[in-house]
Design a protein around this ligand. Structure first.
Ligand code: NOJ
Length: 563
């Protein structure tokens, strides 16, 4: 299935070398299914993304992270990879990937691809052969095959539950048709976990890294980066409701210390290539301190700050998590990596529209206007903090989650397996609107054409076309914010924020630089707050008003100041 590049091609240029580019990069996540559909089949694809790269350059981001586009039966929207070196025909070809990387570099954008090393697809050649060859096949050691418990092996080997619901084990059938061993899958049954104790697995992934590095990519987002190493003997966890423990506790299958040896070996490979190629960990750990372990100087470069993502719109809570994050990253000298939305959680415009404490998978629209106002304010806060930040496609348009998708169109496997969390990830994956008045709003080339998930009619008003040039639009707010962030000497990298005294419910901090200082004020309350102006307003998420030498920060708003 592996595709080969047949065109002889010019070497991939790397964007202007700037040391430590990743320490303050703004990285835009493209979810290939839902970004741009070049061929009109209703599914986004690489040619579509390629055609929209100038939009991303003009938006002002530094790099683009692409969720998986590899050959896959799509049991988990591409996070079930059947061939790590091939592009799925539904997304295009390896030549399209090559063209996309080159075009991005020509525009000064870096490309980060997703790597899925915890599990493969059950259609991966290794797994299929392991099944066919039966017990005793050495290929079985590349996954976790085990005999079942009970008199005739009818019970799973341990009590682990799948993140998507149900047991984390599925029983196989022997080649002669008799019931056979079980295999481990922390996610869907179509996603068998690799056994990282097996050297062939480790060797294969080092080779996959080199394959994409040779293709010119600037880094990898590592899926389930906390999952590859399992506790010896695969011990029972005991008790029920294991899903509630996720992210709150070290589990025998998550955040095991042994996983760090893998990253130390990968870092050596990344460092062999010019231009600072990076690794970013998707590691759901119990604490920011444990997240910091993934970005020690000889491991990965960034790790998503999911504790920040999960924080409510509350000044005290935000301040606490910001301090804790900066304090935790300081000893390992890594940047903090802020993120508010991605393809696995309800968009922040909808999270903040709902009461706090409901988690990150919601099916209620809440107060849409309030949610958007807070989302805009939250984005300005995030972009003012030291470190790197991720932007999920469509958040720059202020898109809410689509909370009323009918069950018939839902595709998230966790919905079908009824994970405790309701598996409502489809709501943030709806294709984004670009232009026009008829669905799919420029997502595909033909008005009236298909889109793999239906878009709400109101999205005609949220398209890139409608928002461009409107100074009050969320898109123009992002464009301005990213331009200011790039230019202001006190923004971007750095590790300190100096908190300023502020009324209750308001965050105020200063960032210093020799060439000019910066202040950010965030009003998380539902009332306007008057403060003495600390400088000149650079940008405001809601229009601010000056009154008698003071400035009114409107409810749920952020103001950036030049000092
Ligand atoms: C995390 C990915 O972001 C998510 O979409 C996927 O379902 C799981 N890992 C399993 O690969």
């Amino acid at each position: 299935m592996t595709q080969n590049l047949t065109e002889t091609s010019r070497p991939a240029a790397t964007p202007a070398a700037s040391r430590d580019w990743w320490r303050d990069a703004v990285i835009y996540q493209v979810y290939p299914r839902s970004f741009a559909d070049g061929n009109g089949d209703g599914m986004g694809d690489l040619p579509g993304i390629r055609s929209r790269l100038p939009y991303l350059r003009d938006l002002g981001v530094d790099a683009v992270w692409l969720s998986p586009f590899y050959a896959s039966p799509q049991a988990d929207a591409g996070y079930d990879v059947a061939d790590y070196r091939a592009v799925d025909p539904m997304f295009g070809t390896l030549l399209d990937a090559d063209g996309l990387i080159r075009d991005a570099h020509d525009l000064g954008l870096r490309i980060i691809v997703d790597l899925v090393p915890n599990h493969s697809s059950d259609q991966h050649e290794w797994f299929q052969r392991a099944l066919r060859e039966g017990p005793g096949s050495p290929l079985r050691d590349r996954y976790h095959f085990r005999a079942g418990k009970g008199e005739s092996g009818e019970l799973p080997p341990n009590d682990w539950e799948s993140i998507f619901g149900g047991p984390a084990w599925t029983r196989t059938e022997n080649p002669d048709g008799t019931p056979g061993d079980w295999y481990l899958h922390l996610f869907a049954p179509e996603q068998p976990d690799f056994n990282w104790e097996n050297q062939a697995v480790a060797d294969e992934f080092r080779s996959i890294l080199r394959f994409w590095l040779d293709m010119g990519v600037d880094g990898f987002r590592i899926d389930v980066a906390h999952g590859m190493v399992k506790a010896p003997g695969l011990p029972d966890i005991g008790g029920h409701d294991q899903l509630k423990l996720l992210g709150n506790d070290v589990m025998p299958f998550f955040d095991q210390d042994g996983v760090h040896a893998i990253y130390r070996s990968w870092r050596k490979i990344l460092d062999e290539y010019p231009g600072e190629r990076i690794g970013v960990a998707e590691a759901w750990t119990p604490t920011v301190q444990r997240t910091a372990n993934y970005v020690r100087p000889d491991e990965l470069h960034q790790a998503f700050n999911f504790q920040y993502l999960g924080t409510s719109w509350d000044a005290a809570e935000l301040r606490e998590v910001i301090d804790l994050s900066l304090d935790s990253m300081r000893p390992v000298e890594a940047p903090t990596t802020w993120v508010l939305s991605n393809h696995d959680v309800t968009r922040h415009a909808t999270r903040f529209a709902n009461p706090p404490g409901l988690g990150t998978q919601l099916r209620t629209p809440g107060d849409r206007e309030l949610g958007l106002r807070r989302a805009r304010a939250a984005t300005l806060l995030m972009l003012a903090l030291p470190g790197s930040a991720y932007v999920y496609q469509g958040e720059e348009l202020g898109l809410p989650d689509v909370t009323d998708l009918p069950d018939e169109v839902r595709q998230d496997p966790s919905f079908f397996r009824q994970a405790g969390q309701d598996g409502y990830r489809d709501g943030c994956r709806v294709p984004i609107p670009w232009s026009g008045t008829e669905a799919p709003y420029g997502f595909g080339p033909n008005p009236g054409g298909p889109s793999w998930l239906p878009q709400p009619a109101e999205w005609a008003q949220l398209s890139v076309e409608v928002q461009t040039g409107d100074p009050t639009s969320t898109l123009e707010l992002y464009r301005s914010a990213l331009a200011v962030r790039r230019e202001h000497p006190a923004l971007g990298a750095g590790e300190a924020v100096a908190w300023l005294e502020a009324p209750e419910g308001v965050l105020a901090f200063r960032r210093e630089s020799a060439a000019g200082s910066f202040v950010c004020t965030v009003n998380t309350t539902g009332e306007p707050v008057r403060i003495p102006a600390p400088g000149r307003i650079l940008l405001s998420s809601t229009e601010a008003v000056a009154v008698e030498g003071e400035t009114v920060i409107p409810a749920d708003s952020t103001i950036w100041w030049a000092v």
